[in-house]
Design a protein around this ligand. Structure first.
Ligand SMILES: NC(=O)C1=CN([C@@H]2O[C@H](COP(=O)(O)OP(=O)(O)OC[C@H]3O[C@@H](n4cnc5c(N)ncnc54)[C@H](OP(=O)(O)O)[C@@H]3O)[C@@H](O)[C@H]2O)C=CC1
Ligand SMILES: O=C(O)[C@@H]1CCC=N1
Length: 276
């Protein structure tokens, strides 16, 4: 199957970002139906090419309607509401439809216990740079997902960036790195911007300096064969100014801070799993 009919049930920050990658791609040539609760959100997505956008407030059966005709259904609602949505669509799924989770924490076992073990389930963990085709997405096969179905799911997420296939046991850990990772980067940008403002720059100047530095540094990394440590070394003149700043950052035990932060995210994923 090269062009499945795709449904994204819950196309908010994450589902909407994936939608932007999918629009116009070969994988989505048979069309995409998206659902959201509000008409306001549905209206914006309706303008995208090849997209049928349903607002549940005006079409309450929208999830079941979209699921009934889809070959591939992405579940893009918040983790706590995933079980209810699965119960809503389960009676309507066609034989052979693939159900792909975007949800943090919710396990394949939860999906299969509601949908039935014969339904092909794939757990994924994308990130919001999908919006600009620069995501990295982890995918993990459920019990019934065939290698052909995994190839299709891989092709779908490759419209949004890179894909890593991992066992389900690693998806929560992957989520703490790349799923949440864009938030860590934006936090660093926010904090460096505050430091620039404190040094007397206007907010506009500070934002230009900091944002272009992150964009430039990551573009350099992208274009380079060298690793980040080597690229850092080229900025850090021996006995120069950067060396002093980096020493302060390293004194803050960033390695431990990141270990603690990602451990906290992992613990939350386990809480979400236990409550779904
Ligand atoms: N944001 C991220 O960076 C990432 C998120 N995820 C996962 O993606 C999922 C969605 O998160 P996120 O996109 O951030 O959340 P959002 O709140 O931005 O998106 C959820 C969307 O679901 C819609 N919705 C709510 N209830 C229903 C329903 N019953 N049927 C159909 N649509 C519904 C909402 O519509 P409306 O606004 O109109 O109510 C909203 O647009 C979560 O499970 C999260 O774990 C995974 C990786 C990264
Ligand atoms: O914060 C969350 O729960 C989701 C999963 C990874 C990124 N956002």
């Amino acid at each position: 199957m090269t062009s499945p009919r795709i449904a994204i049930l819950g196309a908010g920050s994450m589902g909407g970002a994936i939608l932007r990658g999918l629009v116009g791609s070969e994988v989505a040539a048979a069309g995409i139906t998206v659902t959201n609760r509000t008409a306001e959100k549905a209206r914006d997505l309706a303008e995208l090419d090849g997209v049928t956008s349903i607002a549940l407030e005006s079409q309450p059966t929208g999830n079941a309607d979209a699921a009934a005709t889809a070959d591939l259904v992405l579940i893009g609602v918040k983790p706590a509401t995933v079980p209810d949505l699965l119960r809503e669509i389960a009676p309507h799924l066609k034989h052979g439809t693939i159900v792909v989770s975007l949800a943090a924490g919710v396990t394949v076992a939860t999906f299969e216990s509601i949908l039935g073990a014969d339904v092909s389930v794939v757990r994924s963990m994308p990130n919001t740079p999908a919006f600009v085709g620069k995501a990295v997405t982890g995918i993990a096969a459920g019990t019934a997902a065939s290698s052909e179905q995994m190839s299709l799911v891989r092709a779908l997420f490759e419209t949004c960036g890179e894909v890593l296939e991992v066992p389900e046991t690693k998806i929560d850990a992957l989520s703490t790195i790349s799923g949440s990772g864009p938030a860590y980067v934006f936090l660093l940008i926010e904090e460096l911007t505050k430091a620039a403002v404190a040094k007397g720059f206007t907010i506009d100047e500070a934002r230009r300096m900091v944002e272009q530095t992150f964009i430039g540094a990551t573009a350099l990394l992208d274009a380079s064969d060298d690793d980040p440590a080597e690229l850092r070394r080229r900025v850090t003149s021996p006995n120069g100014t950067t060396e002093r700043a980096v020493a302060v950052l390293q004194d803050a035990n960033l390695d431990q801070v990141f270990a603690r932060a990602t451990d906290a995210a992992l613990a939350r994923a386990r809480e979400l799993a236990a409550s779904s």
